[in-house]
Design a protein around this ligand. Structure first.
Ligand code: ASP
Ligand code: MG
Length: 393
């Protein structure tokens, strides 16, 4: 919903669904880059914004969209009502900027549908303890949509976006990337966790728990996109379904940390208290009384993470603290890898042949991620996409 023309287009699409005899509930996200622009304004005022006020601010983006879309539907001669997340019954915990949905009470939405209204709910937001407005983390409109689909008993939740599906790699980087017609919840969750920005990880997790099928498709056309659903394990499936690269990574290393119980807890407890998400963690084993502890965070959290770790490091008598914001992560995902031996070796081989150095490796049952130089990221994705023969033709 980038502009008024797009809003008209979405309104027409909803009206068509209504004419086909459906009850229609739409969840909208903010227009264009509005969320980023609001965040940037807050950043110009302070680098330590109150998270409650950030949510007050960010939630306005979706309210604008919902009201405009309802007006656009009205202008076509149909009844519509715009609701905030709270009015739509999205009840969350109090974790501002990354709140979790605790419960959905769709009573008001049902009432409005019964009155013949097309219901337009502001995505990405809910209401927490004390009636405070909360937001659900970046991409959180996906979570709103899935939660409402589950609460209303809809078998499929269409998520319309600026891409037309889930690809084997970012098609802007890998020219022969292929659109996947179907992907399992587990694989989609891993892709989302490691940085594929097409769907919010939490929304996929919720869809998987509530058995809501997600149809990720283009908001510009009616063609089929990618279905995210339960997929029975197939023997001989390709070991890898997708390659993801994430440039939003920074590495922090705490040097010469005393090697004794409780040290890792001190460091990561302090980071957790500050609400910083830590991704990869490595503690080296040396034959000495001290070790190095390395971890990665998103770039936006780097400076705060450094401050925290410097303070903890001083208390622990560590040898100092360094960071590198010039790193990135490349990951391969596929549930077939659990049963195919040698996938890791193939991944490392492809990187080696391209002269790409691996700094850190981490794995789950269906994923392998490597931390590498940011400058090598695009070459790495292309090499891995070729290695696992994910392209067209
Ligand atoms: N507007 C929010 C964001 O940009 C939520 C969303 O787009 O789903 O993260
Ligand atoms: Mg957005």
């Amino acid at each position: 919903m980038a502009d008024i023309a797009r809003i008209r287009h979405v309104a027409a699409r909803l009206v068509r669904a209504k004419d086909e005899g459906h009850d229609v509930v739409a969840v909208v996200s903010a227009m264009g880059d509005v969320t980023d622009e609001l965040l940037e304004m807050a950043r110009q005022l302070t680098d330590r914004p109150s998270r409650r006020e950030l949510d007050m601010l960010l939630a306005t983006g979706e309210q604008v969209s919902s009201a405009l879309l309802a007006l656009a539907i009205n202008s076509l001669g149909y009844r519509a009502v715009a609701l905030t997340g709270g009015q739509g019954g999205i009840i969350t915990d109090g974790g501002f900027t990354r709140a979790r949905i605790l419960k959905v009470d769709p009573a008001r939405i049902r009432e409005e549908m019964a009155r013949g209204n097309i219901v337009v709910v502001a995505g990405f937001q809910g209401v927490g303890p004390g009636n405070d407005i909360t937001t659900l983390g970046r991409g959180g409109s996906d979570a709103t949509a899935v939660a409402l689909a589950a609460a209303l008993g809809a078998p499929v939740c269409d998520i319309c976006t600026d891409v037309d599906g889930v690809y084997t790699a970012d098609p802007r980087v890998v020219r022969n990337a292929r659109k996947l017609p179907v992907i399992s919840y587990e694989e989609m969750m891993e892709l989302a966790y490691v940085g594929a920005r097409v769907l919010q990880a939490r929304a996929v997790e919720m869809a998987s728990q509530q058995r809501v099928v997600i149809h990720l498709r283009s908001s510009f056309s009616d063609g089929p996109g990618t279905l995210v659903k339960e997929v029975p394990a197939v023997e001989n499936a390709k070991p890898v379904v997708g390659v993801v690269h994430d440039p939003d990574v920074a590495r922090v290393t705490l040097l010469s940390v005393p090697d004794r119980p409780g040290v890792a807890h001190r460091i990561f407890y302090a980071l957790a208290e500050a609400g910083i998400n830590v991704d990869m963690i490595v503690q080296s084993t040396r034959h000495e009384a001290s070790t190095d502890v390395l971890f990665t965070v998103s770039r936006a959290d780097l400076m705060q993470a450094m401050e925290i770790v410097q303070a903890v490091g001083r208390e622990l008598g560590a040898g100092g603290c360094v960071f590198d914001a010039g790193v990135g992560k490349v990951s391969i995902v596929g549930s077939g890898m659990a049963t195919h031996p040698g996938v890791a070796a193939r991944m490392f081989g492809a990187l080696a042949r391209n002269g790409i150095n691996i700094q850190v490796i981490s794995t789950s049952e269906i994923r392998i991620s490597c931390l590498i130089d940011a400058a090598d990221l695009e070459r790495a994705v292309t090499a891995l996409h070729d290695e696992f023969e994910l392209g067209l033709g």
